[in-house]
Ligand binder design. Structure first.
Ligand code: FES
Ligand code: FE
Length: 453
C-alpha cells in the first residue's frame, strides 16, 4: 500500500490536472519513486528489445524492468523468453555480459546451468548433491507475460495485466503507421547507445509525449545550422493525440496532400515508394505520407521519434531518422537513456548508413538535440526534490490547450483513434500521461484502472 504522503501526492495530481497543474515533487520524491517501481514498472508492459537484436537462436540481450535485470533470449527453437537474471539456487546473477549468443547460462557460484529457455538442465555433482530434486521447479523465473508488436518485444511482471494489444489501445494504430509502413518491417542499426543523465524518467516520457513548445527556445540553435528542414511556426501546425490512457503522441504534418516539404518523415523517395498498405490501412498510409514528425510515448517509458534530420545542414541534406528509446529509471533522480537507431529492412546499406549518421549527430549522446534536451531535465529533478518546493507546495503548469487557453482546438474528422487536437500548442498529451500515471499509482495491484479505449 502507498504511504499517506505518496497517496496524498497522487490525489494532488488528480485534483491539480483539472486546473492544469501537477505537484513538482513527483519528479524528485524518493518515496514516490519507490512506489513507482512496484505500481508502474511492476505492472505495465515495458519495452525490452527489438526482435532483430536477437535474430539467431541462442542470441540474448540483458535488459531492465524497473531496476531489475532480465535476459531476453531466443531459444534453440526460435522462441523468445524474458528470464529474471537470478539463479534459482541462491539468487546470483547468472549473465555477466550485456549481449551474446549462448545455448546455456552457467551460474558462477556453484555452476547450476540453465538452457536459453530458462529451464534447469543440470548442476555439478548432481548425483551426490541433488539426485532426487525435481529440475522442473527450478528453472529461471520469467516475466509474467511477453508479447511482440511489429517486432517490438514487451514484457510485464503482472499476470493480471491486459494483453499487450489491449494495453496499447489506440496507440497500436499509430505504431502501425511507423513500424508497419514497409511490408518487411524495421531492424535496429547497430547496438543501442546508453548514457546516464541525472534526471527523473518522467521528464523523458513527458517531453516525448509531445512537448513541441520547447523547440523554438531550447533548440533554436539547431535550426540555425539547418539540421531540420521545416520552419518552427510551420512545424507547430499538426496534431496532438491522446491515443488512449497514458499513451500520447504528436504529429507535424502537411496541411494538404501535395503541400511541398518532406513526407514519410523525410525517408528517401526510393524507399518511400515501396511503402504500401500491405500491413496498414490506406488511411494510415495517407497519414504517414503527410507526416513530417512523429513523436510519441508508450506509457510508461518507451518513446519513438521519426523525422527528417541532418547532422550538418551545410554538407548533407536531411533524411528520415527513426529512433526508439527507453527512459530507464535508476533512482528518483537518475535515468539511463537507451537509444536505438532503427531503419526499414528494405533500405539500401547506403541509406541505412546515412540515417544512422543523421541520427547520431542529432538524437544521441553527442547529438545536438539530445544535449539541449537533457540539461533542463536535471533542474526539474532538483526542483522536484527541493525543500523549498515542498514547503511552498510548488506546482508545475500544464494548462496549454485547456479550454480558453491558447489556440488548440479539438478535431473531429480524424481517421485514427484517440482524442485529437489541432496545432501542437497543447499539453493535453502530457495531462493524459499524468492522469493515467496517477490512476495506476492509486489502483491496487491486481485491480487495473478503468480503461476506456
Ligand atoms: Fe547459482 Fe548456487 S547460486 S549455483
Ligand atoms: Fe527536444
Amino acid at each position: 500500500t502507498l504511504t499517506p504522503k505518496v497517496r496524498q501526492a497522487m490525489d494532488r495530481i488528480d485534483e491539480g490536472l483539472s486546473r492544469g497543474r501537477i505537484p513538482a515533487e513527483v519528479f524528485g520524491n524518493p518515496d514516490i519513486y519507490q512506489a513507482e517501481l512496484r505500481r508502474i514498472f511492476g505492472r505495465a508492459w515495458v519495452f525490452m528489445a527489438h526482435e532483430s537484436e536477437i535474430e539467431a537462436n541462442g542470441d540474448y540481450v540483458v535488459r531492465k524492468i524497473g531496476e531489475d535485470s532480465f535476459v531476453v533470449t531466443r531459444d534453440e527453437h526460435g522462441q523468445i523468453h524474458v528470464l529474471f537474471d537470478a539463479c534459482r539456487h541462491r539468487g546470483v546473477q547468472i549473465c555477466r555480459a550485456d549481449s551474446g549468443n549462448s545455448s546455456h547460462f552457467r551460474c558462477p557460484y556453484h555452476g547450476w546451468t540453465y538452457s536459453s529457455d530458462g529451464s534447469l538442465v543440470g548442476a555439478p555433482l548432481w548425483k551426490n548433491a541433488l539426485s532426487g530434486m525435481k529440475k522442473e521447479n527450478s528453472g529461471l523465473a520469467k516475466a509474467a507475460q511477453v508479447e511482440s508488436f511489429h517486432g517490438l518485444i514487451f514484457a510485464t511482471l503482472d499476470p493480471t495485466a491486459p494483453p499487450l494489444r489491449t494495453y496499447l489501445g489506440g496507440m497500436a494504430w499509430y505504431l502501425d503507421l511507423v513500424f508497419g509502413l514497409d511490408k518487411d518491417g524495421v531492424e535496429v542499426l547497430g547496438a543501442p547507445q546508453r548514457f546516464v543523465v541525472d534526471a527523473n524518467w518522467k521528464s523523458g516520457a513527458d517531453n516525448f509525449s509531445g512537448d513541441d513548445y520547447h523547440l523554438g527556445t531550447l533548440h533554436k540553435s539547431v535550426w540555425s545550422i539547418g539540421a531540420f528542414p521545416v520552419p518552427f511556426s510551420e512545424n507547430m501546425m499538426g496534431y496532438h493525440i491522446q491515443a488512449s490512457p497514458g499513451h500520447s503522441l504528436s504529429f507535424s504534418m502537411a496541411e494538404y496532400a501535395d503541400e511541398p516539404g518532406p513526407n514519410f518523415f523525410g525517408f528517401p523517395e526510393s524507399i518511400a515508394e515501396h511503402f504500401d498498405s500491405v500491413n496498414i490501412s490506406p488511411e494510415q498510409l495517407e497519414v504517414a505520407r503527410r507526416s513530417r514528425v512523429f513523436v510519441g510515448n508508450v506509457f510508461p517509458n518507451f518513446s519513438i521519434l521519426a523525422l527528417p534530420m541532418t547532422e550538418d545542414g551545410a554538407n548533407h541534406a536531411p533524411t528520415g531518422i527513426l529512433t526508439i528509446r527507453t527512459w530507464q529509471p535508476k533512482g528518483p533522480g537518475q535515468i539511463e537513456i537507451w537509444n536505438w537507431f532503427v531503419g526499414y529492412k528494405n533500405m539500401t546499406p547506403e541509406q541505412k548508413e546515412r540515417t544512422y549518421h543523421a541520427a547520431l549527430g542529432t538524437f544521441s549522446l553527442g547529438g545536438s538535440f539530445e544535449m539541449d534536451d537533457t540539461e533542463p531535465w536535471l533542474t526539474v529533478t532538483r526542483t522536484g526534490g527541493s525543500v523549498a518546493g515542498e514547503l511552498l507546495g510548488f506546482e508545475l503548469n500544464y494548462e496549454m490547450g485547456m479550454p480558453g487557453i491558447g489556440m488548440a482546438t479539438p478535431v473531429s474528422d480524424w481517421p485514427g483513434p484517440g482524442k485529437v487536437y489541432w496545432t501542437r500548442y497543447e499539453e493535453g498529451v502530457q495531462r493524459n500521461l499524468y492522469q493515467f500515471y496517477a490512476d495506476m499509482m492509486r489502483s491496487e495491484p491486481g485491480e487495473w484502472p478503468e480503461f476506456e479505449f
